[in-house]
Each structure stands twice: as C-alpha cells, then as structure tokens.
Design a protein around this ligand. Structure first.
Ligand SMILES: Nc1ncnc2c1ncn2[C@@H]1O[C@H](COP(=O)(O)OP(=O)(O)OP(=O)(O)O)[C@@H](O)[C@H]1O
Ligand SMILES: [Mg+2]
Length: 395
C-alpha cells in the first residue's frame, strides 16, 4: 500500500483516470473499489449494484481474498445498512456498524467490521449503486510507513473515517456514476451490434446457403434414383452434387466474412442469374426460364440484393407452388431496374403469412429491397400463381 499524502490531488486524479479507462462494467467497478480503499486507507471496500428483486446484480469487493469471498457464501441482500444507502440514499458514517439498530449480523465467514463509511452512487435521481468502506487502517495524521493493526486505535465511540473521508468518497461516487453509466452504454451498444450482426447472418444463411443445400438434396435424390438404371446420368448428377456442395461452402464463407457472392464478382448479375436458372431448370420438374433485357452492370449492393431476391422467389416457387412454369425477367424501366419472378402455381394469400417465426423469406426479400432504396411487390392469390417484383432505382 502506498502512503503518500492520501488526499493528494495526484492520487485522486490517477484513481479517476483509471476508472474511466475501462469499458466493461465489471472492470470499472473493480477499479472504483480498489481506488476507494487505497485512497481512504480502509481494510475493506465494496460496491453493490442493486437488481430489481431486492438483491445485487453486481457486488464487487476489495481487501477480501478469493477464499474468504467463497467462504462467505451468497451475495448480500439489500437489507440493513446497505438497504438504507440504496433506498434512503443517505451517507452513513458509523463508529461501530455492529451496534447499529439496523445491523442484522454477518454470515459466519464474514470478516469483522467496525467503523463504516457508505455512500449512495447516484445518476440524477436514481441510485445506481452503493460504495462503502470498513475498518479505517490509519488514524487521521497517522505516520506513513507504519501500518497499524486494523482497526486503528482510536478513542472509544468515534469513527475512524472523517468528514474529509466522506467528502472524498463523495467525489469518487460521483465519478463512479459517470464511469458506470458510460460502461453500461458501451455494453448496450455492443449488444445491439451483435444482435444486428446475428440477424444479417441469419438472412444471409437463409437466402444463400439453405437454398444451395435444398438443390443439393434434390440432385442427390435424382442421382440415387438413376444409379441402377442409368449410371452415366447418375454420374453427371453426382458431379452436380459436388459442384453445389462447393458453392454452398463458398456461400457460407462469404456470409461469414460478408463478401459478395463470388459468381457476382466474376460474372455480373445477368450471367449469374442465367447460369443459376439453367441449373434449377435441369434439377426441377418445372420449366424455369430467364430473359434479361438491356441491363448493364449495377452498383454492387443492388446486384447482390437483386440476386438474393431472385433466388428466394425462385426457391419459394419451386418449393411451395407446384408450378409448371417459373419465369424470371430482368429489364430496364426508365432509369430503374425491375426483376420479376412469375409462377403459374398454387398461389397464396400474402396477408396470411405470419411475419415472425419460421418464415424468413418474404421478410428478407422486403428488407433487401428496402435496403437498396427499392421496393418489393408481392402479387398472389390462391389458384392464380404468384408474381414477385422488385424495383431498384437508377443512379
Ligand atoms: N411462389 C409461391 N407459391 C405458393 N406459396 C408461396 C409462394 N411463395 C411463398 N409462399 C407461401 O408463403 C409462405 C412464406 O414464404 P417465406 O419465403 O416467407 O417462408 P418459407 O418459404 O415458408 O420459409 P423460408 O423461406 O424461411 O425457408 C410459404 O410458407 C408459402 O406458404
Ligand atoms: Mg421461402
């Protein structure tokens, strides 16, 4: 323990700096507690952050060894003097915490505490925690370099912690409030980023990877059916299986590292759509056609969105509609580009599709269209087939 002049500006300043250096709530709390104990020469320091159920969401101590901490058992409840600091939000400076009428006793392994100083940590009107110290190690004016035995010798009935200590702890508590609030905001924003990332990945996996796997399964089934009757064609289908598996692996990698689909990068949208549709035409019973009219290269984000929407619309038509024909067109419309996927299958009532839950396709198509400043139009009716149209604006 260092024993410079403990109220020295430098010591306080470096404690405050240490507090704001951390980003994780738990590290901030640890720094606050350690600084408070060090600056005020206490044997024990603790900081509790209340939860909404009468307990502590977090409780950080300093001066207690890990073994001791384990032996003490479960976290304290918000009762006695801790409760008073949280609920009445008043500072408490006590000569002997054990004789206070609110004292409810320690768990058996709890270290003995005598003089006590506690302060609420406030953020505006809200009490977001309590900071407290026990067992002053040096009397005021004690000699540096001569650590006394705790608790310090002091006149009977007086608290080792002084009004100066209380003021200093008050300053720490104010800074603790700021550091704690900042750390919480940081953690919240990081959680949001993670949630967004998870949703992006779910869409990406749904749009790209699950469709490839679907085609893969169909092609493998075709190969199985052909293997006795027509080994040569079965061999051809198996080559197709290998190709699709490689593509699925590429899509997966691309989804994870957020790359453009490799085919788009190399061949552009029109050629990519044409090839993929030829594959679907061969793999499925339905006749699947493609026509592209006068569409030049588009910005990367638009090409990717158009490809994903085309893939999902095709996938839905082939999986749900039992159509005989599925036709895809891509054409210029003024400065805009329009993708249309039409099937002559069963159709459905778009209003009855549940938004949440397992159906990601329609939601994802709409998100992709909106994400490029475009729009998605779903026209379908039971018995009348389905048309999905996506329009993206030109530059
Ligand atoms: N072309 C279509 N023909 C007939 N029904 C369709 C067609 N497209 C969608 N549907 C119906 O709309 C529902 C919702 O489609 P959506 O793409 O959102 O989810 P999904 O295909 O069921 O599942 P996911 O796409 O998440 O794998 C489908 O379950 C299906 O009943
Ligand atoms: Mg779908």
């Amino acid at each position: 323990m260092s024993h410079g002049p403990r109220s020295g500006l430098a010591a306080v300043s470096s404690a405050l700096l240490a507090m704001s250096r951390h980003l994780e709530v738990r590290d901030v709390l640890k720094t606050i507690v350690a600084s408070a104990r060090e600056l005020l020469d206490a044997q024990y320091a603790a900081l509790g952050v209340p939860d909404d159920h009468g307990g502590f969401a977090q409780f950080v101590v300093d001066g207690v060894s890990d073994e001791q901490w384990k032996a003490i058992g479960p976290l304290p409840r918000q009762h006695g003097i801790l409760a008073a600091m949280l609920h009445e939000a008043t500072p408490e400076r006590l000569a002997d915490v054990r004789t206070d009428p609110r004292f409810g006793g320690w768990p058996s392994a709890h270290p003995d505490m005598v003089d006590f100083l506690g302060l609420p940590i406030r953020d505006g009107d809200e009490v977001i925690g309590a900071l407290f110290l026990a067992n002053k190690l040096r009397p005021v004016g004690g000699v540096a370099g001569h650590p006394p035995h705790p608790p310090c010798p002091k006149p009977e009935g007086t608290c080792g912690f002084t009004q100066d200590d209380e003021d200093l702890l008050g300053i720490l508590a104010q800074h603790a409030a700021i550091a704690l609030t900042n750390a919480r905001l940081y953690e919240r924003s990081r959680e949001l980023t993670i949630a967004e990332e998870r949703s992006r990945l779910a869409h990406e996996l749904h749009d790209a990877v699950s469709q490839k796997l679907f085609s893969l399964r169909l092609t493998a089934q075709a190969a199985t059916a052909l293997v006795d009757r027509d080994p040569d064609r079965a061999k051809g289908e198996l080559h197709q299986v290998a190709t699709l598996a490689a593509e699925a692996a590429d899509e997966l990698r691309a989804a994870v590292v957020e790359l453009r689909p490799a085919a788009l990068e190399e061949d552009g949208l029109v050629a990519t759509l044409r090839t993929q549709i030829q594959v679907l035409d061969r793999a499925h019973g339905a006749r699947v056609t493609f026509a592209g009219h006068g569409v030049k290269a588009l910005p990367a984000a638009q090409e990717e969105a158009l490809l994903r929407v085309a893939q999902e619309a095709l996938h839905n038509a082939l999986r749900h509609s039992a159509a005989e024909h599925v036709d895809v067109t891509l054409r210029r419309h003024g400065t805009a580009t329009v993708l249309r996927v039409t099937d002559d299958g069963s159709g459905f009532d778009p209003r009855t599709v549940r938004r949440a839950g397992r159906h990601l396709g329609l939601v994802s198509m709409r998100d992709r269209a909106n994400g490029t400043g475009g729009r998605l139009n779903v026209r379908s009716e039971p018995g009348k087939g389905t048309t999905i149209e996506m329009e993206v604006p030109g530059g």
